[in-house]
Design a protein around this ligand. Structure first.
Ligand code: HEM
Length: 499
């Protein structure tokens, strides 16, 4: 063992492609180039960890702790990892005085759209793996540094119309009210924004370039906002009589001006138990991670991500909407004629609340090469020893979603650019209390490339239909808006045929 090779983390990181794919795990280095094509979880997913430490990836998919998986890995051992060469990866600013020097760890698979404040989305090949998105992969859209909350002194403050404030501890929330748990999808209004700049000529939208993964699903656990308001003696009738028609909230992510990110929703929705608006304290069975709002987050199902305020600290009723720029400005929809970001007539449009019906293809990605006769992503069984993984045959897959509690009734797919259509298989879960649909629908479809295919390209389009019979517009052009919000045109990808 004396002449055992020792590699530095830097050396390992250079073997980051399908041609040479190394990983490290518990201080050892493995060359898994040969294994990649037969990985039951897909070569693409293994590539996400190429040149890196496996631990955060295997943490997501516990089946890797099984003996037979460890045995496979052991076959590819090539040497040790020099422990001194390992640097902690982090999105923290190295300047200790920076407001961004105390950020939480983020999963190495996240695609970073902006490092500070952190904005990131999971890779499509992982997002489609499960109906519930693992917490580490849930998209993150922060506006400011992540606050460090002292839980021992924390209270949620309810400001009454009388001017009095009722502080509620987290224990009080858990004790006093019925606890509910609901699968809920959150989506950023900027989801699929990147397509605007890629597809609409001569115009540029204003905002971060999100692909189709600024959307994720979690089981949120908490108490209904309606219960809290009633307990505090706030009556909808009385509020209406006084013109208090908005429910406003504030988060602890204060900027230099000391004001946190805020939002408001119509007060009527806050009181409507069938809208399932909740103050959440758990996400997928765990305390809410710091990036997602620890310790409390307002969850407004069916509504644009920006209203789901993280680090929730204050609730009030008001005659006007929240003054927060995310309420009064950034999340408003304008016509394609408004093209100058400096002169947007912000006050002329209402703030976006409910989300429209949308859908996307997560796998395969555009530009993927296919062969005549190939069944999609059916590459695992090429290797005899993995025949038992036939169930992992990959389909073309993605999601569909509609706001306001509307379910998805159908997801149509076209493999000829929108000439003819057929239906995909769909899966979803309702809110167990209201039977409304606040979570996305996953769909899949097995595509066989015909042996006698003549075309060099296959254009695949997807569109969803919701329970209000709304569907998606075909073209992106007329949806263009200066902020690049709510692109719900048919999602399209192109496959290239190899002969
Ligand atoms: C499944 C091996 C890295 C994601 C599997 C299975 C094996 C395996 C043997 C089948 C497990 C079973 O019996 O149920 C390996 C090895 C790796 C590796 C040897 C490293 C050299 C990764 C990475 C990811 C990943 C980096 C990315 C996150 C998955 C997924 C599944 C899977 C998603 C399938 C889970 C499912 O569909 O139920 N892997 N894996 N693997 N792996 Fe990996």
């Amino acid at each position: 063992a004396k002449d055992e090779k020792v590699f530095t983390a830097d050396e390992v990181s250079q073997h980051n492609s399908l041609e040479s794919l190394w990983v490290s795990y518990k201080g050892k280095v493995y060359d898994v180039t040969e294994f990649a094509q037969s990985h039951p979880g897909g070569a693409k997913n293994l590539l996400l960890a190429a040149g890196k430490d496996l631990a955060p990836f295997w943490g997501l998919y516990q089946q890797h702790s099984a003996d037979h998986v460890q045995e496979i890995l052991a076959r590819y051992y090539i040497g040790k990892l020099d422990p001194k060469s390992v640097k902690k990866s982090s999105t923290n600013n190295s300047d200790k005085n920076s407001a961004y020097s105390n950020e939480p760890e983020r999963h190495p698979a996240m695609k970073i759209n902006n490092p500070t404040p952190f904005n990131g989305e999971p890779p499509p090949s992982l997002l489609l793996r499960s109906f519930i998105t693992p917490n580490e992969l849930h998209f993150i859209r922060n506006r400011l540094p992540v606050p460090q909350v002292d839980i021992s002194t924390f209270t949620l403050d309810i400001a009454l119309p009388s001017g009095k404030t009722i502080p509620l501890t987290i224990d009080a929330l858990k004790d006093k009210f019925e606890v509910v748990e609901i699968p809920i999808t959150l989506m950023c209004a900027g989801n699929r924004r990147a397509e605007f700049n890629a597809k609409v000529k001569d115009k540029k939208v204003n905002g971060l370039s999100w692909d189709q993964c600024a959307i994720s699903t979690a089981r949120w656990k908490g108490v209904l906002l309606a219960d809290i308001l009633e307990h505090c003696g706030i009556s909808y009738k009385e509020c209406r009589a006084k013109g208090l028609v908005h429910l406003s909230v504030e988060g602890l992510d204060a900027g230099p001006d000391g004001v946190g990110t805020g939002a408001s929703i119509p007060l009527e929705r806050a009181f409507d138990r069938s809208a399932s608006v909740m103050v959440a304290f758990e996400m997928n069975g765990e305390e809410i991670p710091r990036d997602h709002g620890f310790p409390l987050r307002l969850i407004v199902p069916g509504t644009v991500g920006a209203r789901n305020i993280k680090w929730l600290s204050k609730i009030s009723v008001s005659t006007e909407e929240s003054e927060s720029p995310t309420q009064r400005r950034d999340y408003k929809l304008f016509g394609p004629n408004i093209t100058n970001v400096k002169t947007i007539p912000w006050e002329k449009a209402p703030s976006v609340q409910y989300l429209p019906v949308t859908s996307a293809i997560l796998e395969p990605s555009t530009g993927t090469r296919v062969e005549p006769g190939e069944t999609f992503f059916n590459n695992a069984p090429k290797f005899k020893q993995y025949l038992r993984f036939l169930r992992f045959t990959r389909f073309k897959e993605g999601y569909a979603y509609s706001g306001a509690g509307n379910g998805i009734t159908r997801v149509d797919i076209s493999v000829d650019g929108g000439q003819t259509w057929t239906q995909t298989d769909i899966y979803n879960e309702n809110d167990p209390y209201t039977q409304r649909s606040f979570a996305w629908t996953l769909w899949n479809y097995e595509l066989e490339i015909p042996e006698d295919i003549k075309e060099d390209k296959i254009e695949i389009c997807i569109r969803a239909i919701d329970s209000n019979c709304n569907t998606q517009p075909e073209k992106i052009d007329a949806l263009w808006n200066i902020r690049g919000l709510l692109n719900n045109s048919w999602h399209r990808i192109e496959l290239l045929v190899d002969r």
